[in-house]
Ligand binder design. Structure first.
Ligand code: IFM
Length: 458
């Protein structure tokens, strides 16, 4: 049996906008208005309005978590639900009641809540009035929201995170057109990334100011970068891809400073963001207590054949490379399967980030609805998922044996949930969601997980 450290977290991750539905939500987020404007961009035109209806069903759902032995669970508080007036910080009483009951119910059932503050869900008004993260005013308003959340729930929530995958709104909203406001502007992308890092740092500072008994961290999607082979120009390409996609957030949040090589590249293109010495000192003094790490696929790059004329995206410096004879997930647009990446992530944190405590904030095995086979007796066979997960956990276990400071594994996700433009195209849940009836049905993988969580190993 492969055993994991004592008190290891076993559970799942989800987010407010992907699960709650809009019942009684006082304000809209960018997802609500984007769907109103362009429903055809969302897979099968499924809206974020009902999704898992967690707002109404959280008590039954927590029973399902307990049924498969979760000892922890991460979700997010929606800014557009909790806060009625973004400028004064006036809260919505129904949202306070909802989040209180949700958190209390988790704790009552022995499930440690990890609460995140921002999961891609900018309030629509702030995007339209201020430009969202483009504007430093939004940082102040985010801190007002964070302050309220810590004041209201910080007595019981011991694990907070500021952002989930903070680079994704930058990529989606300002480089590659898969998040609202769908702009393509490298200069703005740099400023937005910096403003998010500052918002994170100021929220960390606010948390520490309140002297609560808990920890604060951030959840990053760290995607190790591999090269085509050992040629130096490929290695340089990988180093730069790593600077843009991993170290841009990882270094300031864990070490308090930006990588010098990244600064040099941005300087060369005259694209450094607007910063002040005071802001940089806030970032330096707001290092996280712990990290959540999301991992799905590796990144493989090679040197560019021909440098583009203009620097409009990080891909100016590298091209993507598909591994010959690689293993690919047929259910997730051919994404590569590379479990050893988890070992490499663990080693990187151990060797280069002072072995900071971390947990797997998300690991998810995407399957299509038809590939999860319904057996003649009605059971849902998703052993593809279980087999792959074991391969990944083997790598993690090996790293922990060698000293990696990992304290848990959260799978993406608990019940199949709504995933942005892909809506329900890919399924990840321990429980299947029937979109017609809202019924939740256990999958075989969840039964396997139940034993893993019980035995703290497999
Ligand atoms: O659904 C998303 C989640 O919001 C962030 N991480 C990846 C998941 C699956 O695509």
């Amino acid at each position: 049996m492969k055993k994991f450290p004592e008190n290891f977290f076993w559970g799942a991750a989800a987010s407010g906008p992907q699960t709650e539905g809009i019942t009684n939500k006082i304000n809209k987020s960018i997802w609500d208005i984007w769907f109103e404007k362009e429903p055809e961009r969302f897979y099968n035109q499924i809206s974020p309005y009902v999704v898992c209806d967690t707002y109404n069903k959280f008590k039954e759902d927590i029973k399902l978590m307990k049924e498969i032995n979760f000892n922890s669970f991460r979700t997010s508080i929606q800014w557009s639900r909790l806060i009625k007036d973004f400028y004064t910080g006036e809260v919505d009483p129904d949202a306070v009641r909802f989040y209180n009951e949700y958190i209390d119910e988790l704790i009552k059932n022995g499930i440690e809540p990890i609460i995140n503050l921002y999961h891609f869900d900018m309030p629509a008004n702030l995007q339209e009035e201020l430009g969202g993260w483009e504007n430093k005013k939004t940082i102040e308003l985010f801190v007002i929201f964070a302050k309220k959340a810590f004041e209201l729930f910080g007595d019981r929530v011991k694990y907070w995170t500021t952002f989930n995958e903070p680079i994704v709104p930058v990529e989606g909203g300002y480089l590659y057109n898969f998040h609202y406001p769908c702009k393509k502007d490298m200069r703005l992308a740099v400023q937005v990334a910096y403003n998010i890092i500052l918002a994170h740092a100021k929220a960390v500072q606010e948390y520490r100011r309140q002297k609560l008994d808990g920890k604060i961290g951030v959840i990053l999607n760290l995607t190790p970068t591999y090269t085509r082979d050992e040629r130096p120009e490929d290695k340089k390409a990988a180093h730069i891809a790593d600077l843009f996609f991993n170290r841009s957030f990882l270094d300031p949040m864990v070490k308090g400073e930006f990588p010098q090589d990244l600064i040099e590249i941005l300087k060369e293109h005259n694209m450094l963001p607007e910063t002040t010495e005071e802001e940089k000192s806030i970032i330096l003094n707001s290092k996280v207590d712990y990290l959540g790490v999301n991992y799905y696929v590796p990144r493989r790059v090679k040197a560019v054949e021909k440098t583009p004329k203009e620097f409009t995206e990080p891909e100016y410096y590298f091209e993507y490379h598909i591994k010959e004879n690689g293993r690919f997930n047929p259910y997730r647009d051919g994404n590569e399967i590379h479990p050893v990446a988890l070992y490499d992530i663990a080693k990187n944190i151990q060797e280069n980030y002072n072995n900071i405590p971390w947990y797997i904030g998300e690991i998810g095995i995407a399957m299509s609805l038809d590939s999860e086979k319904t057996l003649p007796d009605g059971r849902i066979d998703d052993s593809f998922r279980t087999n792959l997960l074991i391969e990944h956990l083997d790598e993690l276990h090996k790293a922990i044996q060698e000293g990696a400071n990992c304290f848990g594994v959260h799978q993406w996700t608990f019940i199949d949930n709504w995933s942005w433009l892909n809506s329900f195209k890919r399924r990840y849940g321990f429980y299947r969601l029937d979109l017609e009836t809202g019924e939740r049905k256990i999958k075989e993988h969840a039964k396997w997980f139940k034993e893993v969580a019980k035995n703290n190993g497999y």
